[in-house]
Design a protein around this ligand. Sequence first.
Ligand code: NAG
Ligand code: NAG
Length: 389
Amino acid sequence: MVKLKKCLIGLGLWLPLWFWRQSECVMCEAELSFTLEPSDIIAVQEQPLMLHCQVDGIPPITTQWRHNGLLLTQDQHHTTFINGSLLIGHFQKTKSDGSSDEGDYECVAQNSFGLVVSRKARIQAATMADFHVQPESVHVEESGVARFQCQIHGLPEPVISWEKDSRPVDTKDERYTLLPTGVLQITGVREEDSGKFCCVAHNSAGVKHSTEALLTVSGSQSSVYKEPMILVGPENLTLTVHQTAILECIATGYPRPIVSWSRLDGRPIGVEGIQVLGTGNLMISDVGVQHSGVYVCAANKPGTRVRRTAQGRLVVQAPAEFVQPPQSIARPVGTTAIFTCQAQGEPEPQLTWLKNGQILEPGGHVKLRNNNRYSCTDVFIYTRMPRDS
Ligand SMILES: *[C@@H]1O[C@H](CO)[C@@H](O)[C@H](O)[C@H]1NC(C)=O
Ligand SMILES: *[C@@H]1O[C@H](CO)[C@@H](O)[C@H](O)[C@H]1NC(C)=O
């Protein structure tokens, strides 16, 4: 009799690892592995949704799907194709019976050698909340700065544009800066800028208009000296690698202050991926962990050392990834088997070991060793005692 065991070890990812024969340890090729795993999707209400799963292995292979851990049955709402893909005919966030198509989906493939479980794909419905920040009316002196802001939550993140008097604002006008964060800045304000402003948010869930805000402009005593001042400084931001950081800075004063950026730790900001938007906003594309730090915006009175500063902290997080995944090993009965797994990320990832899909708790002849928290190496010692067999 051949007894097969399978070891699934992973961190979000599940790696089919090794097969064990009771009589002897044999190292086998993984007879079943995924060539395509389901990915996270933001689904649209009432639209069809397809999840993919492809497995390589010795046939016959059966593929099934689990939704929130429960095996899905074929019915009029769900179809599993011969190629492994799952079709949900009409995606519904809330069904008449109170259940939802949202949640975690995983694909389960099985042949005579064992069973493998794919990564969990998170399916969420596209949504758009109401604006939680609406633009507010402002009164600005000629040649001053006007700023409008709106904020809205949604999945996927809504794209924001602006309208003035019910027409898209002229984005070619250099005095108008639209930040992707939902901010509209107008510098060197003129009489003709006055009007009704509103922001428009759209994503796959729909389109929403904010309330209208009024910009009124009055004549100024523009030749009167005004101290440099930072109207709006950068916010503290926490981002994930590859996202774009927008650090806002608007300065006012007469003569117009010069805006510059630096890092509090004195390290250079660099040039690659760095762009200045409008008159003083800093944009960092494709952020990496090296961009984490405190950024200082300074507004200088031209030709003097008179200045004002504002600062914001940027924290860049990196998702966990394996540096060294565990390897299949074969060991004689009664000896010790050691599996090593190293992962990196910011903040440092937590490692979890699974055996046959179950979380492995240390105890008995299973030991977990975390010998160096900086290299985040975890060692799993699986000793098979002769009396166990
Ligand atoms: C699997 O088959 C279905 C139906 O023929 C098709 O729509 C789907 O795209 C296929 N999946 C892949 C990954 O090709
Ligand atoms: C940013 O974080 C610092 C602490 O790191 C805090 O003192 C400061 O008030 C925060 N700034 C904003 C705009 O929230």
